[in-house]
Design a protein around this ligand. Structure first.
Ligand code: SF4
Length: 331
């Protein structure tokens, strides 16, 4: 396994508290050492089974413990996944991520997901899945099926995670990440901010992510989108500011120089200028498509227009980039 340096909480704070211009310059300098600064990796998230999750995560619309209005549906057919994967590729995505609201997959569920992975791989796309807890044997099965990435987020600091969910624990999450890495899969592992946590919780999350060995190859940073009917339904009234969010992206880039840092949930609330600054801070991945699980995502035409106006492109070179320079879109 690759050796990664160990970060202390103080070191993370020291980065976070740098003057913004110094922080951005440092992040962009490191970013350029590992990535083309004018490329964005795009993934599309397909919720292959929605709702009815037995866990009680306070932020999540899919928990049976909350009274949300989402549509609950069973596992999709592989044909439908194929259709969505083709759409994703046509939009410019290089990876399709499949999500299911499970505590852990059964053997039969895993068998169906393996078929879906084969379908995605047949289109020459990367495949990622997020299915809950996974044993080492299951991780090996998915690796053998051609899976590239397994997503399992740390979500927050251990202390704040325990406040946000009582039916699962941090140690289980670390165990699944270990099982996934043992099987040779790349990890997609990040968290959520804006849930009412402290800056120290945010720094601890980034420290714990960066101290994983090997570091996660993809790091989704979600900025909470509150869902009516969840315990956090009013949390969006106390958002973390754009500058604070961009600082987190920059710190993540510096600490995890070879990872894709993904602007995830909440990106639709960022202005074009704030997104441009987040890309400069080292954010080089986002989700493409109308939905992120149960919440809305940014409009894809606006996304492509933004990239065009910045002289950026998807890392999938076959992507179609429209010619218009600026498109106004509803926030
Ligand atoms: S975040 Fe995942 S585990 Fe938690 S309730 Fe939602 S679907 Fe279930």
């Amino acid at each position: 396994m690759t050796h990664t340096p160990t970060w202390s909480l103080q070191q993370v704070f020291d980065l976070y508290q740098l003057p913004l211009m110094d922080l951005l310059f440092k992040a962009q300098t490191i970013h350029r050492q590992h990535f083309n600064p004018n490329e964005i990796q795009a993934s599309t998230l397909v919720n292959i089974q929605q709702g009815g999750c037995p866990e009680d995560c306070k932020w999540c619309a899919q928990s049976v413990h909350h009274n949300t209005k989402i549509e609950v549906y069973p596992l999709m057919k592989t044909d439908e996944v194929l259709h969505k994967a083709k759409q994703a590729k046509a939009m410019g995505a290089s990876r399709v991520c499949l999500g299911a609201a499970w505590r852990k997959p059964t053997a039969s569920q895993l068998g169906k997901v393996k078929e879906m992975i084969a379908t995605i791989k047949s289109l020459d796309l990367e495949a990622c899945v997020t299915l809950g807890q996974l044993s080492t044997e299951q991780a090996h099965e998915l690796k053998d099926a051609g899976l590239d990435y397994y997503n399992h987020n740390l979500e927050s600091s251990p202390e704040y995670f325990a406040e946000m969910t009582t039916t699962r624990n941090y140690e289980d999450r670390l165990r699944t990440i270990h099982n996934v890495q043992t099987a040779g899969l790349k990890t997609c592992c990040g968290g959520i901010v804006g849930m009412g946590e402290s800056i120290e919780d945010q720094m601890t999350l980034l420290m714990n992510l960066a101290n994983l060995s090997p570091q996660p190859k993809s790091v989704p940073i979600n900025n909470l989108t509150s869902v009516v009917g969840t315990p956090l339904e009013h949390q969006n009234q106390k958002p973390i500011g754009d500058i604070a969010f961009i600082r987190l992206i920059a710190v993540a880039r510096i600490m995890m120089p070879q990872s894709y840092i993904r602007l995830s949930c909440g990106r639709e609330r960022l202005s074009d200028a704030a997104q441009a600054l987040a890309f400069f801070a080292g954010g080089n991945s986002f989700f493409l498509g109308e939905k992120l699980l149960t919440v809305n995502n940014r409009d894809q035409v606006a996304d492509k227009a933004l990239l065009k106006s910045l002289g950026m492109q998807f890392d999938n070179q076959t992507a179609y980039i429209p010619t218009q320079v600026c498109v106004q879109h509803a926030e």
